[in-house]
Design a binder for this molecule. Sequence first.
Ligand code: UFG
Length: 329
Amino acid sequence: MQILIIGGAGYIGSHMVQLARRAGFAVVVLDDLSSGHADALHNVELVVGSLADRALLDDLFTRYRFAAVMHFASFIQVGESVKEPSKYYANNLSATLNLLDAMRKADVASLIFSSTAAVYGNPDYHPIDEAHPKQPINPYGRSKWMVEQILEDYDRAYGLKSICLRYFNAAGADPTGSLGERHLPETHLIPLVLQAAAGRSSHIAVFGTDFDTPDGTCIRDYIHVVDLCDAHLLALQHLLATRQSARYNLGNGEGYSVQQVIDTARQVTGREIRVRNEARRAGDPARLVANAHRVRHELGWKPCRAALATIIADAWQWERKYPWIVAPA
Ligand code: UFG
């Protein structure tokens, strides 16, 4: 069975390509390589191009008979989305709409969509379940929530079925060390902490120590990229088998503070990690922790690499194996 993975050369997308192929799917990747890396793909057909290019999409959907599409291609930096909303709405919303219409025309009616915990904004209660009010507080979160709403309309009107997966904090790397996170610039906590451990930066900046949490630093729910991809595979199989749209949170249901992440990274790496306390980053909620009962119950998802030390150890292996920041591919 053939599937199209958009953004398959990126961090999560490349792990998904590997897993989908192992599960027996024939995969074609569409990626504009704006943040992905062609060398993250091995023996996979890569089409380099933009989701905004309708002629390219129509051509792809004519050449292949895709059973489903998985869509990982989006801009993900909250701060940047506040400064440049146009970039976020053009890519995350408008280009996605282009995809949906190309799928509709080609009669491809199954989509796995990467959404985010940012659709919930500042949470009213914890842990956050899927019914929690959607009140995104930045253009990034709004762009994802708008697509989720459009998908409901497209389901009702055109029968386009989708599963939206709301990620909490994706982290870690393939345990064999063959794939990992390569954002340029990197903004995520765990890779930045490990860059400090490796001596590739002088310190890790801690954004805020005065939050209403036990140690004053922000709490997040970190989920291993491999567990995240397992959930995508289950979602894909479920969607193809049942033709039922659904929305699921993807997190472990355990929160760890920035300070706990740094302490665990010190234990895992055995390295000194210097810390500099800085002001809060705009728009960071104090705590984001998932209630992920629905995905466990309905899809039978069970994370295998949930421990924070495992997530950090896998990311550390990747960090040490690939000094990519010096010579990006
Ligand atoms: N942090 C630091 N120092 C850094 C980087 C991050 O202290 O150098 C802190 C942040 O303030 C935050 C925590 O570490 O408290 C995690 O930050 P990340 O940037 O790693 O992740 P976010 O929680 O900000 O963002 C993630 C996804 C986004 C998504 C968001 C949902 O990366 O795409 O969750 O709220 F929008």
